[in-house]
Design a protein around this ligand. Structure first.
Ligand code: IMP
Length: 182
């Protein structure tokens, strides 16, 4: 029997509209273009699956010659809380030694995922320059310190969906970001 999704889209309250997101993403891209203006190339690492919509829109406004890579990590299971572990699903990346690297993530919550990834990339791949862009920052949920260079929007500690972010695998396709009221 088909398992019914217990949270309906009609219950969602909008937090950031499609326009809010697109406007802010263009601003972040401009900052990135300025910060890397003297550089010949940039390697953008998008974290699947959540960051895919954000990455696609961000790179469209990045003017530095860029390569785009995708890696897959998982720290959330099928519910609304971090499992407390990072599971590398696919970490295959090209040689990034001496390169400019930008990690693109949908949301930073406890910071566990990003801390793991930054340590891994710095130690194993030795880039020249490593910067981090996140669309949403749940700063009050942070238990692992990470320096984030570009933040779309700081948010309260609520579970959000849409624009790449999922609940039980659904709602990633929404063009806006919303939350389910308690
Ligand atoms: P962290 O390791 O606790 O910082 O969690 C980061 C990951 O948890 C993100 O890449 C998301 O996949 C997921 N995540 C955190 N908060 C939310 C949320 O509010 N909605 C959907 N996914 C979330």
């Amino acid at each position: 029997m088909l398992e019914l999704l217990d949270r309906k889209e009609t219950e969602l309250l909008e937090l950031f509209s499609q326009n809010d997101l697109q406007r802010r993403i263009k601003e972040i891209a401009e900052q990135i273009n300025n910060d890397f203006s003297n550089e010949e190339e940039l390697y953008v690492i998008s974290i699947l699956k959540g960051a895919v919509l954000f990455s696609v829109d961000l790179v469209k406004s990045i003017t530095i010659p860029s390569q785009i890579e995708f890696i897959r990590l998982a720290s959330y299971g099928n519910d609304e809380n971090s499992s407390g572990r990072v599971k590398p699903v696919d970490l295959s990346l090209p040689n990034l030694e001496g390169k400019n690297v930008l990690i693109v993530e949908d949301i930073i919550d406890t910071g566990l995922t990003m801390e793991f990834l930054v340590k891994y990339i710095k130690a194993q791949l030795k880039p020249k320059n490593l910067k981090i862009a996140v669309l949403l920052d749940k700063h009050c949920a942070r238990t692992h310190h990470v320096d984030v260079d570009y933040v779309g929007f700081p948010i309260d500690n609520k579970f959000v969906v849409g624009y790449g972010l999922d609940y039980k695998g659904f709602y990633r396709n929404l063009p806006y970001i919303g939350y389910f009221p308690q």
